[in-house]
Design a protein around this ligand. Structure first.
Ligand code: PEP
Ligand code: MN
Length: 356
């Protein structure tokens, strides 16, 4: 008699479990459909605020049987199944094809080995004109130069600020090049949009989320340098901040990570380059100058980064390195760019051919 009763209960539980499972599957289908619509609109498929709203609604319902904690635990498991179809905007799962990021006549992520060259810091108009003239003759189409310099020591040269941006803008007009420079806060970012073509966020600021939100909303291409101890996931999420705030043209830069060794300034993480390509549709370039920290090691670092699949590089250059106000020790003279361009193009083309 009692056994019969227990069997009846079990049958009821099985029926409910079947219904629960069907409902969870139905819910997943709806989340998937909504994700497709969001993707077609180019908006993020995962919104953490929405999860919070769902939990608040459910935990505020009058019920005596389940505690807030039990409901939250239950739905954490359901939310996990949502994540399988809710991909971040930067992920390869969100977009299968490589994104090609165009900045004026340059294309990052396509069939072009994009080489950006220029000094660590903008020091004077004469210095920028000399270096830009030499590099443009070699075919370099984008010139770098820091106007706002985040220096380890407050006693080091801090950059020319807006005056430096104006000099970059003059280079752009005089030589027909594109220019890139680092921004460090709201003020520098808002000033920079008037003068330059691409905003750089430095390694020290990759996780400065307020800066990412501001820069993301400025409608300018961004070069985001990987934090010197940032994981792949953290880098993807930093990119997500930019994307969620409206920026679509993003290129990431591997510039070397901190390690125990001191034979070079940093360690160029070539494994990050291939992992990035696997996980994200956005282009990645390398910075062999800050990775190696030594003029004589720049070429080997550059070539290994390109061999790992990088879409180009950003390289420091100075025609009078002994007079440079920052990073002269790692700057290549313009004449060294001939070999760098020639050899890296060969490797780049080989890698691209293999990908086809
Ligand atoms: C730079 O490119 O000028 C620079 C400071 O690089 P990073 O942020 O990678 O140190
Ligand atoms: Mn530098």
């Amino acid at each position: 008699m009692m056994k019969n009763k227990i069997d009846t209960y079990r049958q009821k539980i099985d029926n409910i479990d079947d219904k629960l499972l069907s409902l969870v599957i139905e819910r997943m289908g709806i989340v998937q459909d909504m994700s497709e619509v969001k993707k077609s609109l180019g908006i993020a498929t995962f919104v953490s605020e929405r999860e919070i709203k769902i939990l608040n609604r459910l935990t505020n319902r009058k019920n005596k049987q389940l505690t807030k904690k039990q409901i939250t635990d239950l739905f954490e498991v359901i939310f996990k199944t949502d994540k399988k179809v809710q991909h971040s905007l930067a992920s390869r799962a969100y977009r299968k094809e490589n994104s090609i990021i165009k900045v004026n006549d340059l294309s990052f992520g396509g069939d072009e080995n994009v080489i950006i060259g220029g000094p660590c810091a903008v020091e004077s108009e004469e210095q920028m004109f000399r270096i830009t003239e030499s590099l443009t003759k070699l075919g370099i189409k984008m010139i770098r130069g820091g106007a706002y310099k985040p220096r380890t020591s407050p006693y080091s040269f801090q950059g020319l600020g807006e005056k430096g941006l104006k000099i970059l803008s003059k280079c752009r007009e005089k030589y027909g090049v594109s220019v890139i420079s680092e921004v460090v806060d709201k003020d520098s970012a808002e000033k920079a949009v008037k003068y330059i073509d691409m905003l750089q966020i430095g390694t020290r600021n990759m996780q400065n989320y307020e800066l990412l939100k501001i820069v993301g909303s400025l409608n300018k291409p961004v070069l985001l340098k990987r934090g010197m101890s940032a994981t792949l996931e953290e880098t993807l999420l930093a990119v997500e901040y930019l994307l969620m705030h409206g920026c679509k043209d993003i290129v990431v830069c591997e510039r070397g990570i901190r390690s125990f060794s001191n034979h070079n300034r940093n360690v160029l993480d070539v494994g990050f380059v291939s992992a990035w390509k696997r996980e994200s549709h956005l282009p990645i370039i390398i910075d062999p100058s800050h990775a190696s920290g030594k003029k004589d090691s720049v070429l080997s670092h550059a070539l290994s980064g390109i061999a790992a699949g990088a879409d180009g590089m950003i390289v420091e250059c100075h025609d009078k390195p002994s007079e440079a106000l920052s990073d002269g020790h790692q700057a290549l003279p313009p004449s060294d760019f001939t070999e760098l361009i020639y050899k890296s193009n060969k490797i780049f083309n080989l890698v691209r051919e293999n990908e086809k």
